[in-house]
Design a protein around this ligand. Structure first.
Ligand code: NAP
Length: 280
């Protein structure tokens, strides 16, 4: 039977630090740390994420500047807004909520954000710094949060065999780079991986970012492993992870729930990236 990793509690500790740092910044500079949150279109999930992020800013002493643009917004209009925010001295961090409508090129748009204002850590400069082992870049929020959750278990990462399922630019690749940075031996699996179960069963640390409800089952997990479930799969019965929690918790040593695991950490790390970016 595993220990449940309480993402809400770990996130609350981080938020406390953010509030202290943001308050100290305000006393020193006479203004709040500022985060601009940009949303384009009417994706309902994005609306919920943005609302949560704005609420989290308020609770942690960060000013949020919300920009909701219509679904027909052109790429040029979005880039113009980002350029204005880049030049705004009250804006320390910029977040463009993904996904963007299909007619907008995500990569090109994100590349316009100044790397030092890139609160999400998705800019090529920041992603590159992570892979080069340069520590002065912004690390993407979810991967940064995942590392904190693993550390919260007290299980050391160094020397461990870590397996990541998923190779997206926002989760799989950066979390693999961070685990490597922490001296784990890392294997990255994806949809073309052969004998996935053989690989995952060797993992002391298993990070799952696939986007398929209950994809990882108990027979794929090594006894005592740390299992981090990144998945957020919504259906009529609610929010579900990529891990079959009820089965896997009987085998794993530590496991994150969904909700209440990685999700709260992603928001906390966005706030932390924002105060970091402000130099608070
Ligand atoms: P993504 O871009 O769709 O990537 C999914 C990855 O899973 C791909 O690399 C894909 O392989 C791999 N995959 C798909 N089917 C597979 C299979 N049968 N066997 C092995 N690998 C397989 O997803 P993402 O953006 O990384 O997100 C993953 C999940 O995390 C989603 O549920 C998302 O909502 C959630 N998420 C949560 C948070 C949070 O804060 N909690 C943040 C971000 C994402 P290929 O590359 O070969 O296609």
């Amino acid at each position: 039977m595993s220990e449940i990793i309480n993402g809400k509690a770990v996130a609350a500790e981080i938020r406390k630090t953010v509030l202290e740092r943001a308050s100290a910044f305000e006393r020193k500079h006479g203004r709040k740390v500022g985060l601009a949150v940009v949303r384009v279109g009417d994706d309902p999930a994005s609306a919920i994420y943005v609302k949560n992020k704005i609420k989290a800013c308020e609770e942690c002493g960060i000013a949020s500047y919300s920009h909701c643009m219509g679904a027909n917004t052109s790429q040029a209009e979005l880039i113009e807004l980002i350029s204005t925010l880049n030049a705004d001295a009250c804006v320390d961090g910029i977040l463009v909520q993904l996904p963007l409508p299909k007619h907008i090129d995500e990569r090109e748009t994100l590349s316009v954000i100044l790397p030092e204002k890139d609160a999400d850590g998705f800019h090529a400069v920041n992603a590159g710094k992570l892979f080069l082992g340069e520590r002065d870049g912004t690390v993407a929020c979810t991967p940064r949060g995942i590392i904190e959750l693993i550390k919260s278990t007290g299980v050391g990462i160094e020397g461990k065999r870590a397996v990541v399922i998923g190779r997206s630019n926002i989760v799989g690749k950066p979390v693999a780079a961070l685990l490597l940075e922490h001296n784990a031996t890392v294997t990255v699996c994806h949809s073309k991986t052969v004998d996935l179960k053989e690989i995952t069963r060797q993992a002391d640390i298993l990070v799952v970012a696939v986007g398929k409800k209950h994809f990882v089952t108990a027979d794929m997990v090594k006894r005592g492993a740390v299992v981090i479930d990144v998945g957020m799969n919504r259906d009529e019965s609610g929010l579900h992870g990529d891990v079959d929690f009820d089965g896997v918790k009987e085998v794993a040593g530590y496991i994150t729930p969904v909700p209440g695991g990685v999700g709260p950490m992603t928001v906390a790390m966005l706030l932390l990236n924002t105060v970091d970016g402000a130099g608070a």
